[in-house]
Design a protein around this ligand. Structure first.
Ligand code: GAR
Length: 203
């Protein structure tokens, strides 16, 4: 089986990026992180990439005339690094048409809630404030909506009686670090079949 080249897009601390780097290094998934891109020059994700010897590239959207140009630049970076699968890992921007078309069916995202509940920003806090008894996280394919694409894997995290929003978020993050590498592994092994909104996991 040939190795999958991942392009990871991240805006912040990059703990999900780290879980992907570690899973690749441990041989748990037949993939390698070929390049990391950030829209935030100060993202710690860039430092994590450098420490792992992975090309780390950044560009602010404001540096471009239009979002289309910004995305063309990302597409150029990804194709130059032979990326087969794009993984959004705390990338806090909506993906535009350019990028979606260039990598149709090959962009994944991780979200810290049980979608379709609590899309958007601060999902863990939204769930906590709503008073749910269960939350969790979701890996899904990306479409033009905000956290609306077909669901690949979810993990459920029960809310405890003595919980705080921060403790809940920390337990959700632990599950994120488990299911994102798992979803990438399934993709790399050709085990994800998309039928409408449904993602079937093949044996
Ligand atoms: C993660 O909790 C991820 O699920 C979330 O941002 C955090 C990034 O953390 N993403 C979203 O909310 C996307 N809607 P990380 O930089 O440590 O991976």
């Amino acid at each position: 089986m040939s190795i999958l080249n991942l392009g990871v897009l991240a805006s912040g601390r990059g703990s999900n990026l780290q879980s992907i780097i570690d899973a690749c290094a441990a041989g748990l998934i037949p993939a390698r992180v070929a390049v990391v891109f950030s829209d935030n020059p100060d993202a710690y994700a860039l430092e994590r990439a450098r420490l792992a010897g992975i090309p780390a590239v950044h560009a602010r959207v404001g540096a471009f005339y239009a979002k289309e140009e910004y995305e063309h630049n990302i597409i150029h970076i990804l194709t130059k690094n032979n990326v087969n699968l794009v993984c959004l890992a705390g990338y806090m921007r909506l993906v535009g048409t350019e990028l979606l078309q260039a990598f149709a069916g090959r962009i994944m995202n991780i979200h810290p809630a049980l979608l379709p509940a609590f899309p958007g920003l601060h999902a863990q806090e939204q769930a906590w404030n709503y008073g749910v008894k269960y939350s969790g996280c979701t890996v899904h394919f990306v479409d033009e909506g905000m956290d609306t694409g077909p669901i690949i894997i979810q993990a459920v995290v029960p809310v405890r009686e003595d919980d705080t929003a921060d403790h809940l978020a920390a337990r959700i993050l632990e599950q994120e670090h488990r299911i994102y590498p798992e979803a990438i592994k399934l993709f790399a092994e050709g085990k994800l079949a998309l039928a409408g909104r449904r993602v079937r996991i093949l044996a």
